[in-house]
Design a binder for this molecule. Structure first.
Ligand code: KIV
Ligand code: ZN
Length: 391
């Protein structure tokens, strides 16, 4: 019998890291609409923005904190008192609030970007977490560029911030440099080496520069023991984007035999949320995108269509309706077989008199499909009425 399942926390950062996609900025009202939908989706945490980054973001977080009841609302802040106080002010009305503070820990970022010594960064991280704890018990700390940071230094910093009360440690693969085994092993090794590591929940935050954000996140969970995944709807995010929420949720659900983890998300809200985010940001979802792409449940090959009509799990590992699509899609075209054609006639309420009539209509359909790549229901209706008129 499988061991009882632990929970995998879903931390959505569509409204913060997702908004960092060039061209994806959102108004306060748009952010509120998305936050309400994320609550319907039942994500555990909504990172609503970065309060100190602009007055607009501050107002949006404040409004979301006053509306959202079921999810924790979070604001990002750099590791300084001003940012943290601003985050706390924006979050004041939230029934459950989190302050997420970060500072870069890689030698490259510390020297070239922050122009700080490792000792200064260590001290700033420690004091930031201590200050944030004055406003809430729920404080997350991220070592930015963690996956390119020195392990000994990470151990020092993380041990200190946990002592100061950080309850989540978010190991950031800021530039998408990680590869699954190494990223997972880094987290595992940090958890083994840091004496108080079990006092915090470990989290993954991956970018998709090499197309491995989802794989890295799952390796962080399986190899590293992380129990929170930071992700965005449609994988929106800085540069090539972040880990896609819909892929994480459906991978863990579909392969529960392997992951044995529970997720609180209501999967039937995935497609509506994807559509809303796409419509608001103007970022189209590519048709072949996993789970939420228009073709994710479409079957064009005749062999596949025939299989699906006989038993859906021949070519479907998930149900389209479980993630919020209204139905799976048999796309009729030149590769379609007679069974799929006949099924569509039935769905359209068309009853032909005899099998020879079906055969004749199917012949006409094949001729048309050679000339036209997608055959719509209107085409079929026209084609059958031609067929009926010829009698
Ligand atoms: O990618 C990153 O490092 C971030 C941090 C702020 C967590 O988004
Ligand atoms: Zn990020």
């Amino acid at each position: 019998m499988a061991a009882s399942a632990e929970k995998l926390i879903i931390f959505d950062t569509t409204l913060r890291d997702g908004e960092q996609s060039p061209g994806a900025s959102m108004t306060k009202d748009e952010k509120i609409r998305i936050a309400r939908q994320l609550e319907r989706l039942k994500v555990d945490i909504i990172e609503a923005g970065f309060a100190a980054s602009s007055q607009g973001d501050f107002e949006a977080i404040r409004a979301i904190a006053g509306i959202i009841k079921d999810s924790t609302v979070c604001s990002l802040s750099r590791a300084n008192d001003r940012d943290i106080a601003r985050a706390a002010e924006a979050l004041a009305a939230a029934p459950r609030k989190r302050i997420h503070t970060f500072i870069a820990t890689s030698a490259l970022h510390m020297e070239k970007k922050l122009r700080m010594t490792p000792d200064q960064v260590h001290e700033q991280a420690r004091l930031a977490v201590r200050f944030a704890r004055q406003f809430t018990d729920d404080v997350e700390f991220s070592p930015e560029d963690g996956s390119r940071s020195d392990m000994d230094f990470l151990c020092r910093v993380i041990e200190s911030v946990i002592k100061e009360g950080a309850s989540t440690i978010n190991f950031a693969d800021t530039v998408g440099y990680g590869v699954p085994e190494l990223y997972g092993q880094m987290i595992r090794s940090l958890r083994e080496r840091i004496p108080n590591s079990d006092k915090a929940v470990w989290s993954v935050h991956c970018h998709n520069d090499l197309g491995m954000a989802v794989a890295n996140s799952l390796a962080g969970v399986m190899i590293g023991g992380a129990r929170q995944v930071e992700c965005t709807i449609n994988g929106l995010g800085e540069r090539a984007g972040n880990t896609a929420l819909e892929e994480i949720v459906m991978a863990v659900r579909t392969r529960r035999d392997h992951f044995n983890l529970d997720i609180g998300v209501d999967a039937s809200q995935i497609v509506p949320t994807s559509k809303l985010v796409s419509q608001i940001t103007g970022f189209a979802v590519q048709p072949n995108k996993s789970v939420v792409g228009a073709n994710a449940f479409a079957h064009a090959s005749g062999i596949h269509q025939d299989g699906i009509l006989k038993a859906r799990d021949t070519y479907e590992i998930m149900r389209a309706e479980d993630v919020g699509w209204t139905a799976n899609k048999i796309v009729l075209g030149k590769l379609s077989g007679r069974n799929a054609f006949k099924q569509r006639l039935e769905e359209l309420g068309i009853k032909l008199e005899s099998e020879s009539e079906v055969n004749a209509a199917f012949g006409r359909f094949k001729e048309l499909a050679d000339r036209k790549s997608d055959i719509f229901d209107e085409d079929i209706m026209a084609l059958v009425s031609d067929e009926q008129q010829s009698h």
